[in-house]
Design a protein around this ligand. Structure first.
Ligand SMILES: Nc1ncnc2c1ncn2[C@@H]1O[C@H](COP(=O)(O)OP(=O)(O)OP(=O)(O)O)[C@@H](O)[C@H]1O
Ligand SMILES: [Mg+2]
Length: 436
């Protein structure tokens, strides 16, 4: 007789036993009441007995609800059956995914007599939204490997392969979750612009949008050199304006200055030209602007060395400076000669590599992710990849590591401009973000 049948038989026997007990109790009670009504002489004593018995019966039901036969037993039996099934299927799927070795036939037969106790620790549960396998892993496999295995194992787990996650609960215990339905995308709808009270620090990261977990996302413009890349219409404009608008209190106070460059006629920046303390619309103007910034970086750094300070503190006299460059690749293509291009490149490299301590930073926007269309590309350490047409473009923009970590810019739908993956090389984080 299988263990399952035996446990079931046990619950049934117990249920029937309890039913008989309760039935006998009730029957005795009825007999006493009826007899007392027929035999007037014993009626007073019988009535007292009946009252005591009734009180005892009610008390028993209140204090020991398990005294009621059937329902509780049935529930417990179902729970035990669920645990047992989770353990048996857990074992089966854990072996199927090569997380634990299979037992020999004898061991398996022995274990199946008390599977919850004797099978290796694994649970497999099917829920409306998730299928979850939790296993104490005893065979080697990295988390990345497990993600791949879980994806190919999805049909066996009767779940789609699209939304698999592998979590480590402890070093050994791994939890594999197959989502059964597409997660609701927090970034599907455009976000209303949100202005928070300006921080006291003018160079603190600025709130420009939200991540896909609903958390506020702040762009660290004054502690990084930032490059935002994306196909035409991907929403670079919203990253630009969210940043500028978040800086307005400091621009008004004079502790931050934004300089704007756009060699395609300042189209984007024309929406709010007065915000920009200095503007460049031709290659020559841009080259002058960059040269001026380089000189200022030199001055500030010299001054900092002389006073022994490591970071420039912005003031109204010497504000934090952010050079915003739309259509950044036009800087390469509109250079009149390679000599002039080289000069701009040298200045730009100097700013990008040393400007941070002096609080002179660059925020550049471009469509083309190829390095030969972006001056000094490797010196941008904070890169945002918005929508691209191809996987190759995505990899060029944010690098293969971020791509493998899930930053698939080519899958961002056209209907969600402003959505992208923000990759901070210095902290090694990649976040999916939508700008306001
Ligand atoms: N975060 C956003 N939320 C909602 N709509 C947005 C967002 N960002 C951009 N859009 C809309 O998407 C469209 C294209 O955006 P945008 O002009 O910023 O693209 P772009 O990346 O600058 O393209 P191009 O390189 O051609 O200038 C615009 O109509 C804009 O209103
Ligand atoms: Mg644009």
């Amino acid at each position: 007789m299988s263990a399952l049948l035996r446990s079931w038989a046990w619950w049934v026997t117990k249920g029937v036993g309890r039913s008989l007990l309760a039935f006998g109790y009730t029957a005795a009670y009825v007999v006493i009441v009826v007899a007392s009504l027929m035999q007037a002489r014993t009626s007073v004593a019988a009535l007292l007995l009946a009252i005591v018995l009734l009180a005892a019966g009610v008390a028993a039901l209140i204090w020991f609800p398990r005294f009621a036969p059937g329902a509780g037993d049935w529930r417990r039996w179902r729970k035990a059956r669920g645990t047992r099934r989770a353990a048996v299927q857990g074992y089966r799927h854990a072996v199927g995914m090569r997380l634990i070795p299979a037992l020999s036939d004898d061991d398996y037969e022995w274990a199946m007599r008390r599977p919850v106790k004797r099978l290796p620790s694994a649970r497999f549960r099917v829920m409306p939204d998730w299928v979850v396998l939790t296993v104490a892993q005893t065979q080697a496999a990295t988390t990345d490997e497990l993600v791949k295995r879980a994806e190919s194992y999805a049909p066996v787990a009767a779940a789609p392969a699209d939304w698999v996650t592998v979590q480590r609960q402890t070093d050994a215990v791994v939890r594999i979750v197959w989502r059964r339905a597409a997660p609701v995308d927090q970034l599907a709808e455009s976000l209303p612009f949100q202005m928070v009270p300006a921080s006291a620090d003018p160079i603190a990261p600025v709130l420009v949008g939200r991540t896909d977990t609903g958390v506020e996302y702040r762009l660290n413009v004054f502690d990084r050199q930032t490059l935002v890349l994306g196909a035409s219409g991907a929403g670079k404009g919203s990253w630009l304006w969210s940043t500028v608008l978040a800086l307005t209190p400091h621009i008004k106070a004079g502790t931050v200055e934004v300089w704007g460059a756009d060699l395609k006629g300042l189209v984007e920046l024309s929406a709010a030209l007065p915000m920009f303390a200095r503007k460049a619309r031709t290659f020559e103007e841009a080259a002058e602007m960059i040269a001026a910034l380089r000189v200022e970086v030199d001055h500030r750094l010299e001054h900092m060395v002389s006073v022994g300070s490591r970071k420039h503190v912005p003031t109204r006299e010497e504000p934090g400076r952010l050079m915003i460059f739309d259509e950044f690749s036009s800087l390469i293509f509109s250079a009149p000669s390679s000599k002039e291009k080289a000069a701009v490149e040298a200045d730009l490299k100097s700013i990008l590599s040393r400007g941070r301590a002096a609080r002179i930073n660059v925020l550049a926007f471009a469509q083309d992710p190829r390095a030969d269309s972006l001056l000094a590309r490797p010196l941008f350490t904070n890169v945002v990849g918005l929508r691209f047409r191809t996987a190759d473009d995505t990899k060029l923009a944010i690098g293969p590591a971020a791509y493998d970590a899930g930053a698939k810019c080519e899958l961002i739908p056209q209907s969600t401009p402003g959505v992208g993956y923000a990759m901070d090389e210095e902290s090694g984080t990649v976040q999916r973000v939508r700008a306001f």
